[in-house]
Design a protein around this ligand. Structure first.
Ligand code: 4NP
Length: 162
């Protein structure tokens, strides 16, 4: 990762499930680690839920795990996000959609979120964070597990390159 990352954006489709989970978990990890000067935010490529809260199933899983989901309001990716130092996309479609909008000289700021997942084989393709929206509770718990272990790696890389 390049040095001096100050602003991190997590991007999914609706900004009510996966990227808000990463946003809330990463903010908590940064706070607990006493890291100042790195801000995290999240947004979706779609505008469907803009201004609204998280999906209630995402909020319940976060709440049960000791995080605060209450302040989230959904936002949409657009030019105001182009200055973020690191843009982490939750799946291959989000990734392609972000690259299609972002000026080419900033494409190196965009990475798939699971490139930080310690359980992913780095020699193969990087998998998606599975979209839990149309499934059951297990999918929301899986998203949280992926996010927690990936954000721990992200935190250590941010601290190393600070
Ligand atoms: P997210 O999940 O991209 O992780 O927030 C979804 C949320 C809403 C929809 C799809 C995925 N939707 O079709 O409304």
């Amino acid at each position: 990762m390049s040095a001096g990352v100050r602003r991190v954006a997590f991007v999914c489709l609706g900004n009510i499930c996966r990227s808000p989970t990463a946003d809330v978990v990463m903010a908590a990890l940064l706070e607990r680690a006493g890291v100042d000067g790195v801000s995290v935010e999240s947004c979706g490529t779609a505008d469907w839920h803009v201004g609204g809260p998280m999906d209630r199933r995402t909020a319940a899983v976060l709440d049960d795990a000791g995080y605060d989901p209450s302040r989230h309001r959904a936002r949409q990716f657009g030019p105001s996000w182009f200055d973020h130092d690191l843009i982490l996309t939750m799946d291959a479609t989000n990734h392609a959609d972000v690259l299609a909008m972002l000026p080419a000289d900033r494409h190196d700021r965009v990475r798939l979120f699971r490139s930080f997942d310690p359980e992913v084989d780095r020699t193969g393709p990087i998998p998606d964070v599975p979209d839990p929206w149309s499934g059951g509770e297990a999918g929301f718990l899986e998203v949280l597990a992926i996010v927690e272990r990936s954000c721990r790696v992200l935190l250590s890389e941010l601290v190393e390159t600070a």
